[in-house]
Each structure stands twice: as C-alpha cells, then as structure tokens.
Ligand binder design. Structure first.
Ligand SMILES: Nc1nc2c(c(=O)[nH]1)N[C@H]1C(S)=C(S)[C@@H](COP(=O)(O)O)O[C@H]1N2
Ligand SMILES: [Mo]
Length: 405
C-alpha cells in the first residue's frame, strides 16, 4: 500500500512505518471500531448506572429508597460496577487503537459538527481513562485518598457519560453503516470495479496481517480475562484466578478486614470492661454492657460484607436484632438510625440506617461471626450488619445508636 488509503481507513502512513501500517490497516476499520465501541459503550453504561446506585445509597437524595432485600442486591450491583469497569479497560485500548490514525485525520477541527465530534472524543477519552485508572487504583489501595476519590470519581462520571451521549449522537450514521458491513472482509476499494470476489478471512491474514475478526475476538477475550481477574473478589469459586482482587478470603474468622482496630486506634476502648453501648429511641435512652447485650434474645443471619471496592464475602452473623434492641429501649415510630463508632477520627466512624433496614429482621447488632465471638478487627464488642448495604456503612466498634425522626 503506497497510497494513504480511502478516507474511512485513515492515514496510517503519517504515524507508523509503512510495513507496519500495511499489516494493521485492514483491522483498523470502521467495522472494528463500531463493534468494539458498542461493547465499550455497554460496559461504560453499566458501570455508570451501578456506580450511580452506589452513590445514592451512600448519599440518598430525598426521592431515593434502597430496599433491604434481596440481601445480596448491593453485592451484585457493586460487583457488577467493578467488573464492568475493569472489562472496559482492554475494550477502550482496542477502540483507541482501531481509530488512532483517524483521530489525526485532516482537517483537525473544521466545521462546528466536526468541532463537537473532536471535542466530545477528547473529553470522553480523557474522562474514561481517568475513571478506569482511579477506580483500579482504588481497588488496589484504599483509604489514603478516599475522600478525593469519591467526589471526583462521581463528578467525572457525569462528564464521561455526557461526552458519550454526544459522541454516540454524532457517530450514529457511521455506526449504522459500519455495522451493516461484515467484519472479515475489507470494504471494496471505491476506485476499482469488484471483478474478483472479496478475499476470505484467511486470505486477508495471509496477505495483510491481522484480520478484523481477530481484533474483535481479541478485544472480547481481553475484556473477559480482565473481568474474571476481579470477579473472584466477589464470586467465591473464581477466587483462585482473581489476580486483581487483593483482599479476597483473607483475614480473621475467614473475612477480609479493611481497617483494623489498631489502625482505627480503638483497641483500648473496645476492650475496656467499662464499655457501654448507648441506645436512644422515642425520647428514651438506655445503656447496655456486653453481658446485657448477650442476655437479650439472640438471632442469626447469613449476610455479605460488600465493600465499595468490589470485594465481598458472605458470613454467618449472630447477635441482637436491631428492632429488638430498639424495642428494649423505647418505641420506634419511623426515621433513620444514626450509628457512631468508638473511633474518634476516620471517614467511616458514623453511618445512617434507613427505615426498611431498621425493620428488617436480618439487621443485627452483631456479637458473633462465623461461630465465634466477633474479632476485635471485625468490630468487637459489637457492630452493625444489615442486608444489601455498602460495607462502608456497616459501622464497627459501636458506641452509640440514636433514632432520629
Ligand atoms: N468504625 C468503622 N467501621 C467500619 C470501617 C471503618 O473504617 N471504621 N470500615 C468499613 C468498611 S469500608 C468495610 S468494607 C467494612 C469491612 O468490615 P470488616 O473489616 O469486618 O470486613 O467495615 C466498615 N466499617
Ligand atoms: Mo469498604
């Protein structure tokens, strides 16, 4: 190929050695870009919606209500959020690769429509790279920069999805025509009459290097492998292959720990024989020592801890039903319960529990975990565990429960 090729194929010669460009050009087509783009669009949209849910659960707008059943609901939505985000990374790379020469096609800017197209691509690529990179770092790191992470990750999500909408609207005609073309064959050269049948996939490989079908297949495979590499942190039987899941299955009592008692600086207060849990509801207040909590009717529940980072693990919890504990103090007439930890600092020392979760019989003030007394790192003397909730709201080392109407 000495020519730069038809406009749809881009100008490879400007960026790559001629031999390499000739190998790659058949795979760098609108047909590949559209197909990988659709998979990427689906992954990004699923990631956006599940991320939005997680944000609303943690910072509920007045119109928003999240159910307490099924107990695994948040585990599934947040697992999906992390898996779709990670699967999007290879798809984005292949998509960028397939359109790369065309990104620099002349004219760079030009008409207002072209300006919009270019601008939305720049914003889209930048924001999606930012989201996927910070999301991935958050899975690997945690805590140090969480406050910065949540607010920017949330804001950037709207920017990314807005740019995606503009990009799709502008590209709709291109996508439509690209999808009617089949992947294995090159589009007919407009300068020639088609006197021979179009080459088969194998011929194309032999003649020109990578086929389009191979690229689309490789993108799908890479996305699946990446997804599986994190899926193990939430799907137990995939744990063995979860190379991107740093906190699966380890920790005391068979459950990972995000923040230990010594990190939180609560060891002495938690072990103090003078420990009391203060509970107030319906204008009454009462304190409980550990013996009194153990003397109340005990219940059990199998519930997951589902961290916003995407790891989750199911466990067998035992303790006092929250609604029983409240009933032992005063009358509950609705409203949220405010939980405060013994922890004096930290971002997660308090949480708010809405009515559906307060009334759910599976919501426990846990004293036991997997058949043993709750480990200090899991929240001894007692912690909140409620169904279908982000782990970050399952407050450990409880000091106070206060119903606010
Ligand atoms: N007081 C307090 N409670 C807390 C936290 C914390 O830092 N402080 N971390 C939360 C987070 S982010 C998660 S995922 C769960 C993890 O519970 P585990 O450490 O028992 O697995 O506890 C939550 N409860
Ligand atoms: Mo968490």
């Amino acid at each position: 190929m000495t020519d730069a090729g038809p406009p749809g194929q881009g100008n490879n010669r400007l960026l790559l050695p001629e031999r390499v460009a000739a190998q790659l050009s058949p795979a760098r087509s609108a047909a590949v870009a559209a197909r990988v783009g659709i998979a990427l669009g689906i992954a990004v949209s699923v990631c956006f919606l599940t991320g939005l849910l997680s944000h609303w659960i943690q910072h509920p707008p007045t119109w928003f209500a999240w159910p307490s059943r099924p107990v695994w609901l948040y585990r599934v939505t947040q697992g999906t959020h992390v898996i779709s985000g990670v699967a999007a990374i290879p798809l984005l790379l292949v998509k960028l690769w397939s359109v790369y020469p065309r990104l620099f096609a002349r004219p760079l800017l030009g008409s207002p429509l072209r300006l919009l197209e270019r601008g939305s691509i720049a914003v889209l690529v930048g924001s999606v790279i930012f989201q996927l990179a910070t999301g991935l770092l958050n899975i690997a790191q945690w805590y140090a920069w969480k406050f910065f992470f949540t607010t920017t990750h949330y804001t950037m999500a709207y920017i990314a999805i807005g740019a995606l909408a503009i990009h799709l609207a502008v590209k709709l005609p291109t996508v439509r025509s690209a999808l009617t073309r089949s992947v294995p064959h090159a589009p007919p050269d407009p300068g020639q009459q088609p006197v021979v049948p179009p080459p088969t996939d194998d011929e194309l490989v032999a003649r020109q290097g990578i086929s389009r079908r191979a690229v689309v297949g490789a993108a799908g495979l890479a996305a699946t492998v990446a997804g599986l590499a994190v899926a193990g942190q939430t799907v137990p039987f995939l744990r063995g292959i979860a190379v991107l899941a740093p906190r699966s299955g380890r920790g005391p009592q068979g459950l990972p720990v995000n923040r230990t008692a010594s990190n939180a600086g609560v060891g002495a207060l938690a072990r103090d024989p003078a420990y009391r849990l203060r509970v107030s509801v319906g204008g009454r207040e009462r304190t409980f020592d550990l013996g009194e909590l153990r003397a109340l009717p005990q219940s059990e529940a199998v519930l997951p801890i589902a961290c916003v980072e995407g790891w989750s693990a199911s466990a067998h919890w035992g303790g006092v039903r929250l609604r029983d504990l409240l009933a032992a103090v005063g009358e509950y007439h609705g409203g949220s319960a405010h939980f405060t930890s013994l922890e004096t600092g930290g971002l997660y020392r308090e949480s708010l529990l809405p009515r559906p979760h307060i009334e759910d019989p599976a919501t426990l003030i846990a004293l036991r975990l997997n058949g043993e007394q709750l480990d200090l790192d899991h929240g001894y003397p007692c912690r909140l565990i409620a169904p279908s909730r982000p782990g970050v709201l399952q407050t450990k080392w409880l000091a106070r429960i206060e119903v606010r109407q």
